[in-house]
Design a protein around this ligand. Structure first.
Ligand code: AMP
Ligand code: MG
Length: 472
């Protein structure tokens, strides 16, 4: 049976300035590394035993019903506005309406240059493709809103980075690829007709209840601040929270230089290009509000009364700072077994984090050890821990479900940086066993499984990943 993807492509019906029609550029010798059957079923894709599956997912041919295009967008990169970014190495094949009635994008990433490629080659090497596959699927299993990975293919071609590396294509699925930067692209050009069209499209697709720009801004702020609080509760550092990597849907997108904390430190950053720590672990809480302020600025022209718009939008951004703080407290309180945070719980959380930071405790293992009944070994300052522990026991005395709550809030497994690097190195030399093992283990991150005990171990000094790189 041949591949059948039930495309229904609404973005391709938008006006010309929204995209450039662009077919993926064929590659020499495509071969499939992984195909996500469960996700394919969700998307109602049929005929996945098609012998041409690898060809169709690496851009050698276009699946029936697709209308491939590169999306236009702008964005602030490290605070600098770039009016022209766009999909330089990705094409949207089209959309499907999934089993739950939700519209989802299917995109190829690394599928060749587009009119927005500037000086780039439009390609991706194997490392970023496998990293995104593993981490985005792990995030999904951890319960985090995220883009998904449908497939990864080798291209059979080399891409030239610092050295020649194997090329690959990721098939990514997203609620949509509309970014803060998509709104900024039209606002910057003062193309307010297109801006209105984009607003209407986004409203129809993601926020049917939001009737005004203020309504929608409030909803996006709500989703994005909750998302960042959830990232922080898992020790996740996105690494490149540019406004073009910030979705309107509230999904996590772009897993380039992302990393998870090993030892806890609030100022930890990994990305080699994040020199000033703009996107460091704790800075994420401020940066998401900055990004939301950029969205607000782009939406102002859609409101007749500019002064009123600025006043209303400013209030919304300020209120989202409160949402974020409350959501952060709720998430971390849950990791301590507290179902409804009260005044004083913030200090209980911060004091534990302080102990963890001064002794370099492993973030994931400390919280999980707490959930499993003994975290004393995780904290260097034993006296400090004992004093904290007594306060904490007293606080959760009346919480009947504390243990269960903690165990579903603090995972056993995360995609540890050194395991990702180890996996990439193996796959570059042609062995995908570690890639498949990581995917299998991370599918159930809240369960302690004997076979995956080794994946709980923090890195040794030699194994520790100190820098990550953009997915280019
Ligand atoms: P990213 O850092 O992945 O969010 O990408 C930022 C911008 O650079 C986007 O416009 C990408 O399409 C573009 N880009 C990144 N890598 C490449 C590449 N290899 N070829 C063409 N464009 C690229
Ligand atoms: Mg990006």
């Amino acid at each position: 049976m041949s591949l059948h993807i039930p495309f229904d492509n609404s973005y391709a019906r938008l006006p010309a300035g929204f995209f450039a029609a662009q077919a993926p550029v064929p590659v020499r010798a495509p071969s499939l590394i992984a195909f996500n059957h469960a996700l394919a079923e969700e998307l109602q894709i049929r005929g996945v035993d098609d012998p041409d599956l690898a060809l169709l997912l690496s851009g050698n041919g276009v699946p029936a019903g697709a209308s491939p295009l590169a999306q236009n967008y702008a964005g602030h990169q490290f605070g600098q506005f770039n009016p022209q970014l766009g999909d330089g190495r990705a094409v949207l094949l089209g959309e499907v309406v999934d089993r739950n009635g939700q519209r989802r994008d299917i995109q190829l990433k690394g599928s060749g240059p587009t009119p927005f490629a500037r000086r780039g080659d439009g390609r991706s090497w194997l490392g970023p493709v496998l990293r995104e596959y593993v981490v985005s699927e792990a995030m999904h299993a951890l319960g985090v809103p995220t883009t998904r990975a449908l497939a990864a293919t080798r291209t059979g071609e080399e891409v030239i980075r610092e050295r020649p590396l194997p090329g690959a294509v990721l098939t990514r699925v997203a609620a949509s690829h509309i970014r803060v930067g998509t709104f900024q692209a039209f606002a910057a050009r003062q193309d307010y007709d297109s801006l209105q069209t984009l607003f209407d499209y986004t409203q129809g697709r993601h926020y049917p209840e939001a009737h005004t720009p203020a309504d929608m801004l409030g909803e996006v702020c709500d989703r994005q601040t909750r998302l960042v609080a959830q990232w922080m509760s898992l020790g996740f550092i996105h690494g490149v929270m540019n406004t073009d990597n910030c979705t309107l849907s509230g999904e996590t997108i772009d897993y380039g230089p992302c990393a998870f904390l090993d030892a806890y430190h609030s100022e930890k950053r990994f990305s080699s290009i994040d020199r000033f720590g703009r996107y460091a672990y704790a800075a994420q809480a401020d940066i998401i509000l900055w990004n939301m302020a950029q969205l607000a600025t782009a939406l102002v022209p859609l409101v007749g009364d500019e002064d009123k718009a600025i006043k209303d939008f400013t209030e919304i951004i300020h209120a989202s700072a409160d949402t974020l703080r409350a959501e952060w407290t709720r998430r971390f309180a849950a990791k301590l077994g507290i179902s409804e945070p009260e005044t004083g719980d913030g200090a209980l959380i911060s004091d534990l984090l302080g102990l963890m930071q001064s002794g370099g405790s492993d973030f994931t293992n400390t919280f999980r050890a707490l959930a499993e009944g003994d975290a004393r070994d995780q904290i260097a300052d034993r006296d400090g821990f004992d004093a904290w522990h007594a306060r904490w026991r007293e606080r959760i005395a009346g919480e009947p479900e504390a243990e269960a709550l903690m165990q579903r809030s603090s995972p056993v497994l995360i995609p540890r940086n050194h395991r990702i690097e180890e996996m990439i190195a193996a796959s570059v030399s042609g062995d995908d066993a570690l890639f498949h093992r990581l995917n299998a283990a991370l599918a159930r991150p809240f369960e302690a499984v004997a076979d995956y005990e080794d994946l709980r171990r923090p890195p040794t000094k030699q194994e520790e990943v100190t820098a990550t790189f953009c997915g280019t």
